[in-house]
Design a protein around this ligand. Structure first.
Ligand SMILES: NC(=O)c1ccc[n+]([C@@H]2O[C@H](COP(=O)([O-])OP(=O)(O)OC[C@H]3O[C@@H](n4cnc5c(N)ncnc54)[C@H](OP(=O)(O)O)[C@@H]3O)[C@@H](O)[C@H]2O)c1
Length: 297
């Protein structure tokens, strides 16, 4: 099985190259190898590789920058995703594509299920929703995996920022009224590998149905709770000399260009029901990721 992974230098893409290696021949392409800002070049690249499976982990993920750069975000997260789907249909390949809780408005008082109405609150969310719609419209065999609050030991993310700020400052103000599930990129990529294997089996048996599924860590916390867990875990591992004092603040006290949903919780029951896959609770992933960042571990 030939597997094309885009976004090879990203948090999820990097992990996918490892997780999918046991399933087939992985071609993990970085931005230079497959630039989603140039949709027609994307088509040529896919046509040249003729993959059996495309896993699209590339995305315009600069949420605040997207507010001023929506056309580019739409080209990368919408138009080019449609091109990947078109090529997948032409080749008879499976497309696995990642999306986000940001397609929802965050007003629901409970975890979102896949069938809940969408209503993105910012440009990034609109561009990711455009990608979802483009995939469904092209009609290739596909799975759209919506995830949340991704972090990894590499790349730019909240965990890395908290480690840096925790070492620099004795006190920090962290948003405490947005809820979600911090998801370790490795757990997501391992889950993707299992889903891919099952999905290929279903396709071989002629019982595959394209679907959108929620794939996030179990449980939920706030950014404040996530920060606390990062600092506590880092302190225990000797990565931080002492834990900073954390003050929970309201979203309004930390204004950003892009509005964020208050509720980012996604219900993962359907993923378990269909594929028997459930991502672990969010806490253990934080500990394992921190261990990876600890010298000598
Ligand atoms: N991060 C989160 O919290 C989060 C939450 C929900 C959903 N998601 C979704 O999960 C998926 C994986 O995200 P991630 O966390 O791995 O993001 P990431 O670490 O920001 O990685 C994104 C990757 O996309 C690449 N990329 C950006 N623009 C590109 C372009 N024009 N052409 C080709 N590649 C391009 C980046 O390349 P460079 O390295 O060259 O910049 C990077 O490798 C995405 O679909 C994202 O929308 C992420």
């Amino acid at each position: 099985m030939r597997i094309l992974v885009t976004g090879a230098t990203g948090q999820v893409g990097w992990e996918l190259a490892r997780s999918l290696a046991v399933l087939g021949e992985v071609h993990a392409l970085n931005r230079a190898g497959c630039d989603l800002a140039a949709p027609e070049a994307v088509a040529e690249r896919v046509a040249a590789l003729q993959p059996d499976v495309i896993v699209n982990a590339a995305a315009y993920t600069a949420v605040d920058r997207a507010e001023k750069d929506e056309a580019e975000a739409l080209r990368v997260n919408g138009t080019s995703v449609g091109v990947l789907a078109r090529e997948a249909r032409r080749l008879g390949s499976l497309l696995i594509h990642y999306s986000t809780d940001y397609v929802f408005d965050g007003e629901k008082p409970a975890p979102y299920v896949e069938t809940d109405p969408t209503g993105p609150r910012n440009a990034y969310g609109r561009s990711k929703l455009a990608g979802e719609l483009a995939v469904r419209e092209e009609g290739c065999d596909h799975l759209i995996l919506r995830t949340t609050w991704v972090y990894a030991s590499r790349g730019q993310n909240f965990l890395k920022t908290m480690l840096r700020l925790g070492a620099e400052r004795p006190e920090l103000k962290i948003v405490g009224d947005q809820w979600g599930a911090p998801t370790w990129a490795r757990h997501l990529s391992d889950a993707t590998a299992q889903v891919l294997r099952e999905a290929q089996g279903e396709r071989r048996d002629g019982r595959f149905v394209s679907e959108t599924l929620h794939a996030t860590a179990g449980g939920a916390t706030t950014w404040h709770g996530f920060a606390e867990a990062i600092h506590r875990g880092a302190h225990e591992l000797g990565l931080l000399a002492r834990c900073p004092v954390l003050h929970a603040i309201a979203t309004e006290e930390y204004p950003l260009p892009a509005a964020r949903p208050k509720n980012s919780r996604l219900d993962g029951s359907r993923l378990f029901e269909r594929f028997g896959v459930r991502l672990p609770e969010w806490g253990p992933g934080v500990g394992q990721c921190l261990e990876e960042l600890t010298p000598g571990r």
